[in-house]
Design a protein around this ligand. Sequence first.
Ligand SMILES: *[C@@H]1O[C@H](CO)[C@@H](O)[C@H](O)[C@H]1NC(C)=O
Ligand SMILES: *[C@@H]1O[C@H](CO)[C@@H](O)[C@H](O)[C@H]1NC(C)=O
Ligand SMILES: *[C@@H]1O[C@H](CO)[C@@H](O)[C@H](O)[C@H]1NC(C)=O
Ligand SMILES: *[C@@H]1O[C@H](CO)[C@@H](O)[C@H](O)[C@H]1NC(C)=O
Length: 348
Amino acid sequence: MTSFVLFLSFLLTFLGMAAATVCSNLTTCQNCVTQSDCFFYVTENKCQSKSLFQENDYNLTAYVAREYECPRPGPTYSDDFSRNVAFVYAAASLGDKQQIQTCLKNRIPGAVLYKQYTVDCDLLGSTCSAYIALNGANQTITVVFRGSVGKKQIFAEFIELTVLKLKEKSDFFGGNVYHYFYTAYQLLWDAGLGKDLQELARKNPSYKLQVFGHSLGGSLASLTAFAAVKYSYFTSDKVLLYTFGQPRTGDIDYAAEHDRFVPNSFRIVHGLDFIAQVPFREDYNSTAAYHHRTPVFYGDDMGKGASFEVSPLPDPQYGYKYGDLLSHLHITYFNVDYHAFYLNGCVA
Ligand SMILES: *[C@@H]1O[C@H](CO)[C@@H](O)[C@H](O)[C@H]1NC(C)=O
Ligand SMILES: *[C@@H]1O[C@H](CO)[C@@H](O)[C@H](O)[C@H]1NC(C)=O
Ligand SMILES: *[C@@H]1O[C@H](CO)[C@@H](O)[C@H](O)[C@H]1NC(C)=O
Ligand SMILES: *[C@@H]1O[C@H](CO)[C@@H](O)[C@H](O)[C@H]1NC(C)=O
């Protein structure tokens, strides 16, 4: 009897150790998280057993339980391109045709406006807008989406995203996408943007596609870059995406699928920009609202030479960290007022 109990306790200890050992023997994050009882702890670069996990003992941002969340190096980020090309294109989107053309002429050698698209995109009557520009010298087709304008549009988005949390389950996008973005993307696409993009790609097979946008425009840029590859208008290696203050556009399944189709993707975030935190990812383990890669975090100062961090994780933020509600962090990128820049022809 005693020996049986001894044997049993030995067996249990052994099994316990074996279970713990299995996780800790797995050296890569990918191998680790495919085991349902293991998680990868980025801070120590270690695989551990979930049975040992205690929320209070860990840096929760560094808790990884899904393959998509495993750290990996992103593509090479260029602050100069982001600041002097992508953001300039993005800010020009607030102008009319003449103002867009003036911004491009002043700042982007060779770029000319091809067409502007504007549609009614919500029940409160706000419009969504985009334009395409061509640059023969640089062999680029650039699609740019305007961000939210006015309190009415921001209000409609805020209600949809954080209160109603309306989503579309989309086979095309491989996951859930927030309804507001999905609808606006579809309306603009159907207003001719999709057809024109297909036609321009066909006529200019050597051209690359650049897709840019701020705020709501960032989400629309994300969906459009994805669609352009999914429809085979462009191959992934020819598509470049830069967004500024982009909200979470869908869930983790969309995020993972997005990165598969648009690997050259940058999501620039100014400090605790509020919009980049909505819809909220409630806790470290939630995936219903999830950002895609590659996040580039700046501090409050985004002046020339400012430091930034390109994160190896797709969405290392959760909850809501108060920055300043809808004021300068979201509106100001690279120390430039997004809403006023176009009025000066996009020159500081
Ligand atoms: C785990 O690693 C230890 C030491 O590195 C080794 O002795 C043990 O056999 C490994 N266990 C398994 C299940 O691979
Ligand atoms: C927590 O982990 C994340 C991801 O590795 C890291 O960026 C962050 O600096 C860590 N925070 C602390 C307080 O160690
Ligand atoms: C032109 O394209 C190259 C490479 O694709 C890029 O480095 C450069 O910044 C682009 N310039 C403009 C004005 O778009
Ligand atoms: C994380 O979420 C999954 C379901 O999405 C759940 O099964 C698991 O227990 C959660 N883990 C922790 C540590 O909260």
